[in-house]
Design a protein around this ligand. Sequence first.
Ligand SMILES: [Zn+2]
Ligand SMILES: [Zn+2]
Length: 147
Amino acid sequence: MSENRLQEAINTLKASGVRITPQRHAVLEYLLNAMVHPTADDIYKALEGKFPNMSVATVYNNLRVLREIGLVRELTYGDASSRFDCNTSDHYHIICESCGKIVDFHYPPLDEVESLAEQVTGFKVSHHRMEVYGKCEECQETATKKH
Ligand SMILES: [Zn+2]
Ligand SMILES: [Zn+2]
């Protein structure tokens, strides 16, 4: 666990004048440790033992605050629930089609795609999103064992 990243995030919270409640602290700490892009429900389940009075709504509310100050990124996938990512640097995602796990990987940002899109469509591009799909190592193993 990177104590520095947690401390940095807390400093950002303080600088934005956001109150650091124990629950908010726990949500942030959980996100920084989780490398799998959890849903609000995952976070709620992981923390409910520690905070019996906390509701899923509280988790959502905390995530919204963290997102507004730029500490957390929300990834929406159609009708499935949102995933939350505390890695706000530029990176791409690969998604397991079996278990839904999302893993980060780095690749130079595809700036050429953005400028080409601007040229051919006249849009002012704000960002792009690219996802790679497949089957993670664990799911490949499970599939092999079954046969
Ligand atoms: Zn998988
Ligand atoms: Zn990510």
